[in-house]
Design a protein around this ligand. Structure first.
Ligand code: NAD
Ligand code: DAU
Length: 330
């Protein structure tokens, strides 16, 4: 089996490549990644049976050639950070929409199976006291340029399934954490700020809820969908990990030996989604998947240890990231 992983030098894609070579000894992998600010070749360096092609999914000819060699395409490639999309939405439109369009066209031409990776943010947000969770039937109601571009990419996949009968599935997952996550994201930013002697920064009132899942649980769910999911279907991936941001900052502070309230409040993110919550029933019932890394405290401790042990991996990105945040008042 030859797998093309778009965005495979990013956080979730790189973890997916590691899992794939470990769990599928017959698989060979080509990663296509544009290696912009977010992609890091070191995340997949030295892996057997993995080839990195530095290039963009926006390059239609390149996608045509790479998809033509593959048995399966897993589409992780995307501009992924909400705060960046509020400063400059442009790359989000090209990577997330045009890139997915090229991927779909190549899969259509070469009759290659596609799994498209998406986010729970396409469903907008829930009130804190809303008893509902997102299901595959929830209406799309994205809030940011990032989530709107992901919603558009999902719609393209659905249209290509219906009109051209391509063999595709979609998954929408909640907030991931774990190794190889860029220091712009909440948990790695908090950990690496602490390591740099800088107080963590909490947006708004800190009560926004995210439904945390370990990246390995996400990727095992992706493989379960590829193997057992029904073509044309959408599956929601989540591990019942709802926590508000204040709880996460306090936990990280305690684990790193600081007073739990040793952080700064900063201005809120414009359009900041209040709460995400996933109902993964369909995924669990149809594929038998269940999350394994459900002890969030242990997951956070392991993640702290990973960043402490891998400063050489994240350090080159830290200064630039904090400069971007300073310009936004964050
Ligand atoms: P990331 O930013 O760490 O990785 C994205 C990777 O895609 C990077 O390596 C980047 O260089 C690459 N990329 C971007 N545009 C590209 C293009 N046009 N051509 C080739 N490569 C390109 O993000 P991530 O957190 O790993 O997210 C991966 C996917 O998972 C995204 O589709 C995202 O929407 C989705 N997702 C993320 C989360 C999360 O919590 N991080 C949750 C649900 C879904
Ligand atoms: O829900 C899935 C989504 O999760 C993915 O689709 C996105 O790609 C991924 O980036 C993530 O989006 P969020 O916007 O939820 O993640 P982020 O890490 O940017 O922020 C998490 C929460 O923490 C959010 O409520 C904003 C807050 N925050 C973030 C940072 C960086 C802070 O309070 N302080 C910070 O310094």
């Amino acid at each position: 089996m030859h797998v093309l992983v778009t965005g495979g030098a990013g956080f979730i894609g790189a973890n997916f490549v590691h899992t794939t070579v470990e769990d599928y000894p017959d698989a060979t992998v080509t990663v296509i990644d544009k290696i912009g600010y977010a992609g890091n070749p070191k995340s997949i360096e030295g892996l057997d049976r993995v080839k990195l092609v530095v290039g963009s999914t926006e390059d239609r000819d390149l996608m045509d050639a790479l998809v033509g060699e593959a048995d399966l395409v897993v589409n992780f490639a995307a501009e992924s950070h909400n705060d960046n999309s509020l400063v400059d939405p442009s790359p989000f439109i090209y990577s997330n929409l045009v890139g997915t369009f090229n991927t779909l066209e190549a899969c259509r031409k070469h009759h290659v199976r596609l799994h498209h990776i998406s986010t729970d943010e396409v469903y907008g947000d829930l009130d804190l006291d809303d008893p509902r969770k997102f299901t595959p039937e929830s209406p799309y109601w994205p809030s940011s340029p990032y989530s709107a571009s992901k919603a558009g990419s999902d719609m393209l996949v659905r249209a290509w399934v219906r009109s051209f009968e391509i063999e595709a599935t979609i998954s929408n997952c909640s907030n991931n954490y774990g190794p190889y996550q860029h220091v712009e994201k909440f948990i790695p930013r908090m950990i690496t700020n602490r390591m740099d002697g800088v107080r963590p920064r909490l947006y708004g009132d800190g009560l926004n809820v995210r439904d945390w899942i370990h990246v390995l649980d996400h990727n095992m769910a992706v493989w379960a969908i590829i193997e057992k999911g029904r073509l044309g279907e959408t599956y929601l991936i989540g591990a019942n990990g709802e926590k508000n941001n204040l709880e996460i900052v306090r936990a990280l502070n305690r684990m790193m030996g600081f007073d739990e309230d040793d952080f700064d409040w900063v201005k809120d993110r414009p359009g900041h989604d209040r709460r995400y919550a996933i109902d993964p029933t369909k995924l669990m019932e149809e594929t038998g998947w269940a999350p394994k890394f459900t002890d969030l405290d242990k997951g956070l401790k392991d993640t702290i240890e990973w960043y402490q042990a891998n400063e050489a991996w994240w350090r080159p990105a830290k200064e630039e990231t904090e400069k971007k945040y300073a310009a936004q008042g964050h």
